[in-house]
Ligand binder design. Structure first.
Ligand code: MN
Length: 207
C-alpha cells in the first residue's frame, strides 16, 4: 500500500504569524510530497515491507537492503517527521498546555518549563545544516531532548545516537522558515512555541 500525503488538520494560514501560509503550502505540497513519492519509489516491488507502517519502516531502516536503505532513511524519515510535525502544531491559543504527568516529567528532566523550551530551541539552533530537534520518551521511560541531522529521527535503530519515541519535533531545515525568517532560525523557533499543540503532545506521551 503506497504511502499518501496527509491533509493538514487546519488551513494553511492558520499558523500565521508564526508560520506563514506560503511556507506551509510549499513545505507540505512540494517538500513532504517529494518524500512520500520517493519513499514509494524506493519501496516499489519490495513486498517484504508492503504491510509495514511508517513507524515500523523508520525503526527497521538499518536492516533493509543496501540498495534501498539510503532512500528509505531520507524519504521514510521525511514522511514520518513531517506527518508528526503537522500534528504537533495548531492555531495559536488552541494548543492547551502540558498535562500534569507530562509537566511533571518535563520538570524532572529539564527543570523549569522555560529551561525545557530553551534547551529544545538550543538543540535546533546548534544543529549544523539541516535537521530536527526533538522531545522524546526514551526506552527507559525518561524524557530527553535530542537533535538529528537531515531526515533522521529517534526511531531509527542503529542509525541515531539516542533512541526514543518522538513526542514533539521541530523542523529546522531552511525550507521550514527561510521565506519569512531568512537566516534567523532562532526567531523562527521562538515564534514556533506559540503554535505547539500540547494536546497532541499529551496524547503521544500517554500513548
Ligand atoms: Mn521540512
Amino acid at each position: 500500500m503506497p504511502f499518501t500525503l496527509p491533509e493538514l488538520p487546519y488551513p494553511e494560514a492558520a499558523l500565521e504569524p508564526s508560520v506563514d501560509a506560503l511556507t506551509m503550502n510549499i513545505h507540505r505540497t512540494k517538500h513532504h510530497k517529494a518524500y512520500v513519492d520517493n519513499l514509494n519509489k524506493a519501496l516499489d516491488g519490495q513486498s517484504a515491507y508492503a504491510s509495514w507502517s511508517i513507524e515500523e519502516i523508520c525503526v527497521g531502516t538499518a536492516s533493509m537492503p543496501d540498495a534501498i536503505k539510503g532512500a528509505v532513511r531520507n524519504n521514510g524519515g521525511g514522511h514520518f517527521n513531517h506527518s508528526l510535525f503537522w500534528q504537533v502544531m495548531c492555531p495559536k491559543g488552541s494548543g492547551g498546555a502540558p498535562s500534569a504527568p507530562l509537566a511533571a516529567a518535563i520538570s524532572a528532566a529539564f527543570g523549569a518549563h522555560d529551561q525545557f523550551k530553551a534547551q529544545l530551541a538550543d538543540a535546533g539552533v546548534k544543529r549544523f545544516g539541516s535537521g530536527w530537534s526533538w522531545l522524546i520518551r526514551k526506552t527507559d521511560g525518561g524524557l530527553a531532548i535530542t537533535s538529528t541531522p537531515n531526515q533522521d529521527n529517534p526511531l531509527m535503530k542503529g542509525l541515531v545516537d539516542v533512541l526514543g519515541t518522538p513526542l514533539l519535533g521541530v523542523d529546522v531545515w531552511e525550507h521550514a522558515y527561510y521565506l519569512k525568517y531568512q537566516n534567523r532560525r532562532a526567531d523562527y523557533l521562538t515564534a514556533w512555541w506559540d503554535v505547539v499543540n500540547w494536546n497532541e503532545v499529551n496524547r503521544r506521551y500517554g500513548a
